[in-house]
Design a protein around this ligand. Structure first.
Ligand code: ZN
Length: 333
């Protein structure tokens, strides 16, 4: 099969490319467009998936998180999981994605019966503090492929939890402060749940504590106090990744990054942390393959990360698979 041309044809997949985004063909509905549109399905509230749209289709927790992150109020009506509704020649249904609180997949059934399933970011392994993902049968699958390479096979989640608990306990026993670095939305709350269940006192950076409040309002309350610059002996600190991290101000800190990329060699060195644990809210390679199989899809569009590699592997298995390719820079040759 030939590689997709720069003017990628997505006709057989039931979607079309508009700039960097995707829209259901013959419908006004965009999927996770990173720019304002008239009507858009927003799978979850991570920054690379959100914008202010005329009409937003999302779950109640995602709408609440969007209000917080975009500093705006919304009049959009939340869509519960599993409830079908009509829009532009499609019957639509949201399914849990298991990625972060409120994350959803979109199952779009055309009037002719063809089913298109868009996963958004998803995690098929049950995790704390989010709904377990569900799969559905479909003809076309549009699947995120962040970890779509065979070198990404995550250890059992309980093993990762055990490593995190052991790291926190041993750091405290040596008089240090365990500091976990993680995304403010999703990963932090899951890790905090693990250590709260261990009976450890938790302290969260304000950007993480704000999201914890929203989790609590949807039934996932996690005991903690808000970080105001000081740490008591025996406490565990959660800070966001990136430049807002204040780890330099914490005496006797031992740091641990929580990320699926911890599987890469040299991860700790690149993160600049003492430890790195492979806690991910995405599917790993086997999870992606298992999911494709469970849906029965014959046509698969891969999006994000190792999209080309996963699509090539699926083509080897006899599927009609392509990576979704955002527009390239102007080609000079
Ligand atoms: Zn995400």
């Amino acid at each position: 099969m030939t590689a997709p041309s720069p003017r990628q044809s997505l006709r057989g997949f039931g979607v079309e490319r508009v700039g960097k985004a995707m829209r259901l063909r013959t419908s006004p509905l965009f999927l996770d467009a990173p720019f304002p549109t008239e009507v858009c399905f927003v799978s979850h509230a991570h920054a690379d998936h959100i914008a202010r749209h005329g009409q937003t289709i999302a779950t109640a927790p995602t709408l609440r998180l969007l209000e917080h992150r975009l500093k705006t109020s919304t009049t959009a009506l939340p869509v519960p999981y599993g409830k079908s509704f009509k829009l532009g020649g499609f019957s639509l249904k949201l399914l849990p994605a298991g990625h972060v609180l409120g994350s959803a997949q979109l199952l779009a059934t055309r009037d002719d019966g063809k089913r298109i399933l868009y996963t958004g970011d998803f995690n098929p392994v049950p995790a704390l503090a989010t709904e377990a993902a569900e799969s559905a049968r479909c003809e076309v699958l549009i699947i995120e492929s962040t970890f779509g390479h065979p070198r990404f096979r995550f250890p059992p989640r309980d093993d990762v939890y055990a490593q995190m608990r052991a790291f926190a306990r041993s750091t405290i026993s040596k008089g240090g402060t365990p500091v976990f670095l993680a995304y403010t939305l999703g990963k932090s709350q899951e890790a905090m749940r693990v250590l709260a269940d261990e009976g450890l006192p938790l302290v969260a950076h304000p950007s993480i504590a704000d999201i914890c409040e929203i989790y609590a309002s949807f039934g996932h309350s996690i005991p903690h106090r808000r970080f105001s610059g000081t740490i008591e002996e025996g406490e565990v600190l959660f800070l966001p990744t990136g430049p807002t991290s204040q780890v330099q101000s914490v005496p006797k800190a031992r740091t641990a990054m929580l990320s699926g990329w911890a599987l890469e060699s040299g991860a700790r060195y690149r993160f600049g942390t003492d430890e790195a644990f492979a806690l991910s809210d995405h599917a790993d390679f086997d999870g992606l393959l298992g999911y494709v199989e469970a849906t029965g899809a014959k046509r698969v569009l891969t999006v994000h990360g190792y999209a080309k590699e996963l699509a090539a592997l699926l083509r080897d298995r006899g599927l009609d698979a392509q990576p979704f390719e955002p527009p390239r820079q102007m080609e000079l040759f």
